[in-house]
Design a protein. Sequence first.
Length: 246
Amino acid sequence: MRVTVVGCSGSGPGPTSPASSYLVEHDGFRVLLDLGNGAFGTLQALADPATVDALYLSHLHADHCLDVAPFIVWHRYSGRSRRQPVPLYAPVGADRRLAAAYYGDGAPLEDVFDFAVLTGAPFDLGPFQVQTVRTAHPVECHAVRLTAGGRSLVYTGDTGASTAVVELARGADVLLAEAAHPDVPGLPPGLHLSGREAGEHAAAAGVGRLLLTHVPAWVDRTAQLASARAVFPAAELVEPGATYDV
C-alpha cells in the first residue's frame, strides 16, 4: 500500500500546500481520501484524475471536500473521464451539500458520483477492507482504516481526543493523524488534536509509524513534531507531494 500527500495544510490551503487530500494505492486501485481546497489542481500533477477509482470524504468541512467542485467540472467537460459515476463515500447529506457547492440550484450529481453513506459498517472497496468510526468533531466525521496486503493505514480525518480512533488504529502499520492544535492550555475539546495528543493516540494504539498532517499555516510545524516525538518517537511530518509506503 502506498499513500501520496496531495495536500496537508490544516483548515485551508497554505502557502506551500493545498488543504487535506491523500491518494492511497494498492494493486492498481486508487482511492482519494478527502479533496480539500486547492487539492484538485495538485492532484493533476500527481495522477490522472481518470485513474481515481473512488473518493472518501471524512466530513463536509470545506478544507476536506470543496475541491469536489472542480472534479465535477473535469469529469463532465474534459472528455477524459471514464464516463461512469465514481463511487463517493461520505457522511449523510453529501449529495446535497456538494451539489450546492458546485452550483447554487443543487442539481443532482448522479452522472458524476455514485453516493454511498458512511454508517459505521465495514465494507470492501477494491482491494481494501474498510472500517470507520465517528470522531470527536463538531460535524459528522469518520476516521477510516484501510487494510490490504496484510498492511493497514488509519486516517483520522479531523478529531479531538477519541478512544474510538485509538481502537480503530490499534496495531495499524501507519497512523495518518491530524495535529492542528498547538500544545497550549485552554483549547476547546472535541475539535482537533495537538501534536502531543497525536503522539499519545499513536502510542496508545501501538501503531508502527505516525505521520502528522493537517497543521494550519499559522501553527509551528516543527513544534508540533517535537511535541509528538516526546511521547511517540516514530513520528514525522508529511510533506506535500511526498509518497509513503505503508
